[in-house]
Design a protein around this ligand. Structure first.
Ligand SMILES: [Zn+2]
Length: 364
């Protein structure tokens, strides 16, 4: 699952219209601010960031401009910058609508669960009837309670959290499996992350509650690898597959925190999770053909199980072709280009040595 995509824009679009018009003395500043909000509404993070940066240079104590800069950073997946901007906005105007909720969301994504909970407790004080905020706070508290109870197994590249002594063997097995994935997949892409990656093993119910993943999801990655310990995980091949898949998402995230089409992210994770893609060929044939890649640009969470199967199979076959034709280093470089903001078609042509249109026409 590519759990990073989607929440930011969804969280923002609904309330943009509620941002109050502000009596600006400096007309250029007003124009820049307007351009910033328009860019945010259009999902253009880089343009928004530039507009708010310039507006702030002239008016550094304007809380709303810091809020805009924070949202722009969120769209660009610059979470640390976003956190700083929201904090500055709130320091200047503690009552700024929605800034606190956005700060909580970004704290959660940065893995600062306790900070996120404290921030949302304040959100609830200010808006006691906000049902979404109450539900989010409840979910985060359940997650914190659960994680407090958990034990940790620490390896060189991963820390695995698990609930009780009964899962200690599985946690040790998971660490071994993750280490194998680290070297195997790292060598395909020539990428070896240095920071330890957090991994949490859940029961199926805990996993659904905390990740809100669709029922077909076998794991999730949102900065933390989260895996439900279904019966299937007792089979080591299935454990290896699920962990290798989610580890690949963690790797992709180190190369590009943004701008990665879902088919590329999921295709890489799926192509590298197991020994072969015979199943994918069969699924695509059974479905009467592959899905068009442009239809697979955004999250798969909206798909039914059957649609998801074709989406994953299509993505995996496309990425396998890229790996075979251009090699893992070229694919890693394509991801780096995308993360730095290069346009997809330009980056694809440069790194794959053929146009994306040409690739699509011949890949299946
Ligand atoms: Zn995935």
């Amino acid at each position: 699952m590519g759990r990073f995509a989607g929440w930011a824009v969804a969280a923002l679009v609904g309330w943009l219209a509620a941002v109050p018009a502000h009596a600006q003395i400096d007309p250029r500043g007003a124009l820049l601010e307007r351009a910033g909000w328009d860019a945010i509404a259009a999902g253009q993070g880089a343009a928004a960031a530039k507009a708010f940066r310039e507006a702030l240079a002239a008016d550094p104590k304007n809380a709303r401009l810091h809020l805009g800069a924070g949202i722009a950073a969120t769209l660009e997946r610059r979470d640390d910058d976003a956190r700083g901007a929201f904090e500055r906005a709130l320091a200047l105007d503690p009552k700024l609508p929605r800034a606190r909720a956005l700060l909580g969301q970004v704290q959660y994504r940065l893995g600062a669960l306790q900070d996120a909970i404290r921030t949302y407790e304040q959100v609830i004080v200010e808006s006691p009837n906000d049902r979404d905020a109450n539900a989010t706070l409840d979910r985060w508290r359940r997650e914190a309670d659960l994680h407090d109870r958990m034990q940790r197994a620490i390896g060189s590249h991963f820390t695995v959290s698990f609930e009780g002594p009964a899962e200690a063997d599985l946690a040790a097995q998971a660490l071994d499996s993750l280490d194998r994935a680290y070297w195997r997949i790292g060598s395909v892409l020539s990428v070896y992350p240095t920071d330890p990656i957090p991994v949490v093993l859940y029961t199926t119910e805990q996993f659904r509650d905390i990740t809100r993943s669709p029922s077909w999801a076998a794991g999730a990655y949102d900065g933390t690898i989260r895996v439900p310990m279904r019966g299937a995980l007792d089979q080591s091949a299935e454990l290896d597959r699920v962990l290798a898949h989610e580890f690949t998402h963690a790797l992709v995230r180190t190369l590009a925190a943004r701008n990665v089409p879902t088919w590329l992210n999921e295709g890489l994770a799926t192509a590298l999770e197991g020994p072969d893609l015979d199943w994918a060929l069969k699924d695509v044939r059974a479905a009467g053909g592959a899905a068009p890649l442009p239809a697979l640009r955004s999250g798969f969470g909206r798909f039914t199980g059957e649609q998801a199967l074709v989406a994953y199979a299509t993505s995996a076959l496309a990425v396998k072709r890229m790996l075979d034709e251009a090699g893992g280093v070229a694919v890693a470089n394509l991801l780096r280009d995308l993360g730095e903001g290069t346009n997809f078609d330009d980056a694809f042509l440069h790194r794959m040595q053929r146009s994306f249109a040409d690739f699509q026409a011949t890949v299946f």
